[in-house]
Design a protein around this ligand. Sequence first.
Ligand code: ZN
Length: 420
Amino acid sequence: MTTSISKYSMGIGDRFGLEGVAQLRAFQVAKEKGVTITPVWNKSNREHSLIGTRPEDVRAEADAAVRSCQWTGEHFVDADHIGLATVDRFLAASDFFTIDVADSIGKAASDVAIGKYVAEMQRFLGALSIPGIAAPVSVSAASLHEIAGKYLFAVEEAGRVYRHIAQQKGAGSFVTEVSFDEANTPQTPAELFFILAAAAREGIPVATVAPKFTGEFLKGIDYVGDIKRFAREFEEDLAVLEFAKQTFGLPASLKLSIHSGSDKFSLYPIMHRAIKKAGAGLHLKTAGTTWLEEVVGLAAADGEGLAFAKSLYRDAYGRYDEMAKPYLTVIAIDRAALPTPDQVDGWCAQEYVETLEHNQACQRFSIHFRQMVHISFRLAAERREPYLALLRSNRRSIESHVSDNIFKRHIGPLFLGIAT
Ligand SMILES: [Zn+2]
């Protein structure tokens, strides 16, 4: 029973539910190297509906993996990106809730609520200095009103969702994340500070908060954006969190959560240095890349596995619009750069693997091909039985790819500071 989570944690998704053990092995390797990272199995409502799974399936998978690996540390099951309309089916199986209020940003709180909030925040008017941020943040009455207009209703909504969960499950029995990452615009450090103030007023024991950062966090590929700017923003957000904890009495373990965090290779060394310097914790949320490792593992196994991977691509290519539709804001696929299915059919196992696997040093690697396969997991769900049969008959090839991907490409550089 807890409302907090350890300093380092990582969200892992597993679309088809067979890779829990292989995923957890990566955390065991980290632990053997002296760094404990808490695994959090996350799956959103959208993902459940696209694949036809239930939150109970994730719970069963996570608990089975923990038993099988004799993992003695904590682990969680995250109801990812839920709101009042979607949370109920997650209540029994989850003990981590990512309350997504991005849709409520910009909706107006009542005049009375805004008036009270702004009055309470008057004490920060003027030049607000936050330890760790070089220049003081200037706070005016106008900027307070603007922030309240933009975010107060969203945080009130997060409070409603939090209280609903607490009523059903009991306060103190789950971890709460509040996410703004699917907002249209990034939050400035000042906005994050006043958002946290509002969250404290709502009585939400925020364990992790997911802001939207500048730059693009596309699915399964590296960060696209100004790395220096990201580095500054990330360090400032760490400073804001520390200051907000002291100022508003938020949980001491409060930390940042990075969404769409898989494969952000150019950011991991930066985040590693920053959290070490600040002594801060971090939650990295990844989701879909375990599915890609399954396809890599199947292709590498050659034979039927490779044949399935090729025919999956043929389907995906032919149904591009349908596959891309739910992901248009989080992918950047140049269709002209995609190989044709006939070309792919001519590839050997190694060619398929090298084009898909995220190795930026490899000439053959294609971010377009990778994203295309990434968003096409529904096609495997359509052929569930043959797909699951192949996953079962190619365990060794797949599991080593799943574990290595999580440890070597993600945990190593981000949490242990191991260069890739
Ligand atoms: Zn998110």
